[in-house]
Design a protein around this ligand. Structure first.
Ligand code: 13P
Length: 334
């Protein structure tokens, strides 16, 4: 795989006015989402729900790619078309979550490290054959008393860089995701310091592992106060802090940065992205790779009548894609 092909895929993922829909919830995570709206967590319900999302009419107007879970990449529409083929035929780049989730980090109480490097090369080769062209790995950094530790930041950055190098070898664009959680009562300044340290460590590790940044996408968390912090920053402060933090840590050669929504409301996630894109010219496109902020309204509607609300829920998905696509251009009007 040439770097030109990786760079082409990476650029298509962050094409102007488009972003990614993250629908890569593991079976345990989707169980929680389904439970929240009273849907039974069966394989067929998971398949039907992912079909609803992926077959939303004209989704590619605002969506460049979708991140799937292993099970979904092996599933098909009710008419028997493999999801990866359906996506490729409809202008949506298939992506795949390849990490195996977080585990307690030995020696670092309260902190986690993401696992999944063992056997990853073979899994990536198979995912490529199944049609995936980019792959996501999520590291989780928790802010709390005396954490994150340098050990946790470095262990996660090292794993992200090892996975990214393997992805590029196998022809997939790595979407590296070091998520700084919104859990906690820390203020926005603390989030800034932690995010800055995490991104510095990540780009150092990517360099050490010979990862080509031209063929890499960063999936970042925004610089924002913890959920339980009494002093919530306004939209402009979140946008300015996030952009400043990225400018001081992320090399300009990176094709693009996309954000996770991380527990923000739909409106917050769109407003923050929009405000960032109104800050003037930036070194990279800033777009979205939202999970909950793309899906939660549609899931709720669908859960009320799985058959009857299928098309209505798709219209909601399209609307959220449109709002976020406009925000990626700084043209969302609220
Ligand atoms: P949220 O937007 O719901 O945070 O999910 C994005 C994601 O892919 C987390 O890994």
């Amino acid at each position: 795989m040439s770097i030109e092909q990786l760079a082409e895929t990476a650029q298509a993922m962050v094409a102007a006015g488009k972003g990614i829909i993250a629908i890569d919830e593991s079976t345990t995570t989707i169980a929680k989402r389904f439970q929240g709206v009273g849907i039974e967590n069966t394989e067929e319900n998971r398949r039907a729900y992912r079909e609803l999302l992926l077959t939303t009419p004209k989704l590619s107007d605002y969506i460049s790619g979708a991140i799937l879970f292993d099970e979904t990449l092996r599933q098909s529409t009710k008419d028997g078309v493999p999801f990866a083929k359906y996506m490729a035929d409809h202008g949506i780049i298939p992506g795949i979550k390849v990490d195996k989730g977080t585990h307690a980090l030995a020696g670092c109480p309260g902190e986690v490290v993401t696992e999944g490097l063992d056997g990853l090369r073979d899994r990536l080769k198979e995912y490529y054959k199944l049609g995936a062209r980019f792959a996501k790995w999520r590291a989780v950094i928790t802010i709390g008393e005396d954490i994150p530790s340098g050990t946790c930041i470095e262990a996660n950055a090292h794993a992200l860089a090892r996975y990214a190098a393997l992805c590029q070898e196998c022809g997939l664009v790595p979407m590296v995701e070091p998520e700084v959680l919104m859990d906690g009562d820390h203020n926005i300044e603390v989030c800034y310091e932690v995010t800055e340290a995490v991104l510095r460590s990540l780009f150092g590790a990517l360099y050490e592992q010979n990862v080509l940044l031209e063929g890499t996408i960063l999936k970042a968390s925004m610089v924002i106060a913890g959920k339980d912090c009494e002093e919530q920053a306004d939209v402009d402060e979140v946008a300015e802090s996030t952009v400043m933090c990225l400018k001081s840590t992320v090399p300009a050669i990176l094709p693009g940065v996309v954000f996770l929504s991380g527990g923000q409301t739909d409106e917050q996630s769109t407003a923050h992205l929009n405000a960032m894109n109104q800050l003037g010219s930036l070194p990279w496109p800033l777009s979205f790779s939202y999970g909950r902020a793309m899906q939660q309204a549609a899931l709720k509607l669908w859960s009320q009548d799985l058959k009857g609300n299928f098309a209505k829920a798709q219209a909601v998905v399209y609307e959220r894609a449109k709002e976020n696509g406009l925000a990626a251009l700084g043209k969302w009007e609220g």
